[in-house]
Structures are given as C-alpha cells and as structure tokens.
Design a protein around this ligand. Structure first.
Ligand code: PSU
Ligand code: MN
Length: 304
C-alpha cells in the first residue's frame, strides 16, 4: 500500500467513522492567486466543519501523499511557486520522484478512494475542451468518474469547455450526472443553462443512496453532482462569453496545449473580469462544500 499522511482531524474522523469530504489542491495552486487561494481553502475547510463533517485537502508534498493538510502545510502549498499539477498520469511519478504536486479532480478522486473517502467537493470539473475535435483535449477527470467510486460535487462545467460534448462523454462512460434541486445542468457562473441534466435529485440522502447502490451493484465509478451557484453570486453568460472567447483565442495564438490549457484560461478569465470571476468562484465552492458535507453525513449514516 502507498504511504498516506493523514492530518490529525482526518485521522480522528476515520477512526470514528464520521463524515469526511475530500478537497482538491489544483484549485489552490493553479485556480486562484495568493493569498486568496489560502484564505479560500481555509474558509472552505471551515464550512465543512461547520456543517458537521471533516475536510481532507489532498496534495503530494515532497513525495508523500497527504490526505488532510495541517494549516501550516496549506499555507506552504499556497505560496510555493511552480507546483506541478498532477492528474492520474502524473501523480505516481510525482510521488516516486519525491516532488510536490497539486491534485486535479482525477488525482484527488484516486487519493480519496485510497483513503476510504467517498465524497469530494470542488468548483468545476475538467471536461471536453472547445475544439476537441482537432486537439483531442479531453480531461482525465471524465474517465476517472467512470472508474473511481467517489461522488464529486461541482457547479457544473465552465463555458471554457464544450458542455454538450462533455455531457456526451459522461453518458458514454456511464457516469450519472445529477443536478441538485433543478432540472437544467448548471453552467458554473450561471445557475441555469439551456441543457437538461440527465438526472435530478433534491436531497443529500438520495445522492448518498445512489452512490451506494451503484457500488453494491458492482459498478465501478462515481457520480457527478451539479450544484447550481447561489443566485446572488451569478454572472450572466453574456458578460462572460466575450471574455472566454478572448482567453481561448489567446491560448490558441500562444500555442498553449496539454495540461497548461485549463490553468491558462482560468488565469486570463480572472484578469479580464478584474476578479469578479473569483468572487463567484468562492461562493460556488463554498456552496458545494456544504452540500458535500450533507452527502458525506448521509453516507456515514448508511455505512454505520
Ligand atoms: N475547472 C475549473 N476550475 C479548476 C479546474 C477545472 O473550473 O480549478 C482544475 C481542476 O483541478 C480540474 C483540472 O481537475 O483543472 C482539469 O484540468 P485538465 O483539463 O487539464 O484535465
Ligand atoms: Mn486537458
């Protein structure tokens, strides 16, 4: 077995069988600037505690897989420059080479499964990029959802992605895509979109039962919970469309490719909206953390 370093609170929660929510670290190192990244990460952890669950932020630090970070470790990660972004393909190499890496949705799911954690909150997942028909750029997050039994709570997918194609891949891979409390698939900065979600659930208990039923049937994989952004934090799609188009055309012009694409687009959108995108991002991540805590509590009760 791979060595896992647990934080004090996660070790205690595991010992008592209480609810734990995994959190990714790419959002800290590649998704938001310092110092807001550390402030938001700590706030999201506190939201999970306030909701009665234990947060487990996941990262590789100096070759050790951490599940739960102590406050000083979170600070250190948030300030380190040039941290690698690690997904399924690079996490084992990062550990083997003794390096530090921030985990994507895919890598966080893998670590959560190793640690026996079944619920994970984030902002947005990776997906099928615009122009994927020529670039073939499809996030490993989608294939991870098909094979690793973790329920991922996100606010839908960003319009930097081709959302219809992202939903098609998830369907092909047999991943349940469940909108929480509404019929349409939320579009990250907007609560509503004109796409229907394949499934809808209105309670954390249903979501927990669906994941457990999936595993009991011998089906591998998790589920994607699409939780709409709170109304007061929404940004209209018309405001963001030109910003996203500009970020995308800069990425194309500069030949940005591979795993650099998503961080490049997120950074440019942050700059072009003068931080407005960040305010919305914070509100939706906190909202996802609260729902994930409720799901994790239901799972813990069902597994007790
Ligand atoms: N989408 C967002 N915010 C993010 C990411 C995606 O709206 O922070 C990050 C997540 O860590 C996600 C990763 O798992 O980017 C996807 O990268 P890629 O497209 O290279 O797989
Ligand atoms: Mn990619």
């Amino acid at each position: 077995m791979i060595e896992i370093q647990y934080s004090t609170e996660v070790r205690a929660a595991k010992a008592s069988g209480s609810a734990i929510v995994a959190l990714e670290s790419t959002i800290i190192t590649h998704g938001m600037p310092y110092p807001q990244n550390v402030e938001v990460a700590a706030q999201v952890e506190q939201d999970i505690r306030d909701a009665g669950a234990t947060p487990a932020t996941i990262a590789v630090m100096a070759g050790v897989l951490h599940v739960g970070l102590e406050p000083a470790q979170l600070q250190a990660l948030g300030q380190t420059k040039g941290v690698a972004k690690v997904s399924r393909a690079d996490m084992p190499a990062c550990i083997a080479m003794g390096k530090t890496g921030a985990t994507t949705v895919a890598a966080t799911m893998i670590a959560a499964r190793l640690a026996g954690i079944t619920v994970f909150a984030t902002g947005g997942i990776g997906g099928v990029h615009k122009g994927a028909e020529t670039s073939f750029d499809i996030s490993a997050d989608l294939m991870e959802l098909a094979q690793t039994p973790v329920t991922v709570v996100a606010a839908g997918a960003k319009a930097i992605l081709d959302i219809p194609k992202t939903l098609e891949i998830l369907e092909t891979q047999g991943v349940p895509v469940i909108s929480y409390g509404q019929d349409s698939f939320p579009a990250f900065w907007s609560a509503q979109s004109d796409l229907m979600a394949p499934l809808r659930m209105d309670s954390a208990a249903e979501i927990a039962r669906a994941q457990i039923t999936r595993s009991t049937m011998g089906l591998p994989g998790g589920q994607l919970i699409a939780n709409p952004i709170p109304h007061e934090a929404e940004i209209a799609a018309e405001v963001l469309a030109p910003v996203i188009a500009q970020a995308q055309s800069e990425a194309d012009a500069q030949g940005v490719s591979g795993k650099a694409v998503t961080p490049f687009l997120l950074q440019r959108i942050f700059e072009l909206t003068e931080g407005r995108s960040l305010t919305a991002n914070i509100a939706l991540v906190r909202n996802n953390a609260r729902l994930a805590a409720e799901i994790a509590k239901e799972m813990a009760a069902l597994n007790a």
